[in-house]
Design a protein around this ligand. Structure first.
Ligand code: NAD
Length: 415
């Protein structure tokens, strides 16, 4: 078996972490039990490019129980948990991922999983799908799945210019994914990453959240729960108004740059903080990015502005500017929650990865029948994921009476 990981000796520790995460992934467990019986992916190869974490490992095991041959590479060079990679390899799943790998090795690994000629590809950021449309047009999978907002945006751009040649399930668009993973997952884990990297006290500090989408709202909610004053920067008036009504101050990036102690970018956009903002930031300002790619902070410019740079703590680098001010960058501007913490808690990845497993099954059942395009999983699957999760939380779910059903579907009863 081919694989490329940092250290196979870490397997026992990785296996314990996978088991621990698995205990909190109750929906995936239910799906896995059904997959074992029904083997809906029998005979198929699934190549995944996802963050190599304990939660992802549980997804890989579920897909294998579903009958698939699985292989995994990283969707970010800084998010790989080397012990988890080792445990999967010990369990005969080929993994190609090493934490901190350089660009060359990152892409070599992506090619390595594609070399297994997958029937289904799974992406977090559309890296596999992009290669399938550029260097690897020799491959013809049944379809692909996409985990995150940025990946879906890239794929929609491909569909819009007529380039997309595959059916793709936008897992991010399932309510049980983006309303929970992006909001509660990013909210908690981004704060976790900032705190682990800096050990700062959030209470009393000013946190600027740039981008008030599903992720940004979560980050703002948790920062304010820690006692921080939150300022929000948005370009969309409705989202900006929502932030204002949620009790946050809303301002331009230029204004926020002068007042904030910590900046968290979550826009999916490029260079949202750049020279004009670095120029006016306070000494000691801390920059973190929770958006998918490491392009939200213009770190090339910050590097040019710096007269000195040094690592000061794990996952924290200090840039000393020509005028003596220091600006600190967490996890090289890559996803703060994965670079400086452990990513989303298993409880929330449970729902995201249950949708991934269902998406693989959905594609397998429709092999050869789907036109190229972006698909969303049917609402029944979303509801089913939510129902199983609720049951595992011990929550009760009210049901409509016959009278209520009739009332909601009729129009005769009024004032
Ligand atoms: N850290 C994680 O674990 C994690 C999890 C899920 C998604 N993501 C990524 O986070 C990013 C945001 O995801 P989302 O689901 O919240 O997206 P979203 O589209 O719901 O929100 C992004 C927001 O940023 C705003 N925006 C865009 N450009 C801006 C600018 N220049 N200044 C201020 N605001 C701007 C948009 O108006 C939008 O409201 C994406 O890259 C996504 O892939 C990260």
């Amino acid at each position: 078996m081919n694989y490329d990981i940092a250290n196979p000796d870490l397997a026992p520790q990785g296996a314990r972490r996978i088991e621990w995460a698995g205990r909190r992934m109750t929906v995936l467990k239910t799906i896995r039990e059904r997959f074992l019986k029904e083997e809906p992916l029998k005979g198929l190869t699934v190549a995944a490019c996802l963050h190599v974490t304990a939660e992802t490992a549980n997804l890989m095991l579920a897909l294998r129980d579903g009958g698939a041959t699985v292989t995994l590479c990283a969707s970010n060079p800084l998010s790989t948990q080397d012990d988890v990679a080792a445990a999967l390899v010990a369990d005969n799943i080929p993994v190609f991922a090493i934490r901190g790998e350089d660009q060359e090795s990152y892409y070599r690994h992506i090619h390595a999983v594609l070399d297994m000629e997958p029937d289904i590809t799974m992406d977090d950021g559309a890296d596999l799908a992009t290669l399938l449309h550029t260097e690897r047009t020799d491959l013809n999978p049944i379809g692909s799945t996409e985990e995150t907002t940025t990946g879906v945006i890239r794929l929609r751009a491909m569909a819009a210019d007529g380039t997309l040649r595959l059916p793709v399930v936008a897992v991010n668009d399932s309510a049980t994914k983006h309303l929970f993973d992006n909001h509660y997952g990013t909210g908690q884990s981004a704060l976790d990453g900032i705190i682990r990297a800096t050990n700062m006290l959030m209470a009393g500090s000013t946190v600027a959240v740039v981008g008030y989408g599903d992720c940004g709202r979560g980050v703002a909610l948790r920062a304010s729960g820690h006692g921080a004053k939150v300022v929000v920067v948005e370009i969309n008036p409705i989202r900006a108004l929502t932030a204002a009504m949620d009790g946050h101050q809303v301002m331009t990036a230029d204004d926020a740059a002068r007042v904030a102690d910590v900046f968290v970018t979550v826009t999916g956009n490029k260079h949202v903080l750049r020279r004009q903002h670095f120029d006016v930031m306070k000494d000691g300002a801390i920059l973190a990015n929770a958006g998918h790619f490491d392009i939200e902070l213009d770190l090339e410019v910050l590097g040019e502005m710096a007269r000195d740079r040094r690592p000061i703590r794990n996952s924290l680098e200090e840039y000393e500017l020509a005028d003596g001010r220091r600006i600190l960058v967490i996890a090289e501007g890559r996803l703060v929650n994965l670079g400086a913490a452990e990513g989303h808690p298993a409880d929330v990845m449970d729902m995201s990865f249950s949708n991934q497993a269902m998406a693989a099954e959905w594609l397998a059942l429709r092999a050869g029948t789907l036109e190229p395009g972006i698909y969303t999983l049917p609402e029944e699957i979303d509801m089913e994921v939510a129902r199983i999760k609720l049951a595992s939380l011990g929550a009760g779910l009210e049901e409509l009476t016959e009278e209520q059903k009739a009332y909601l579907s009729g129009w005769r009863e009024g004032t």
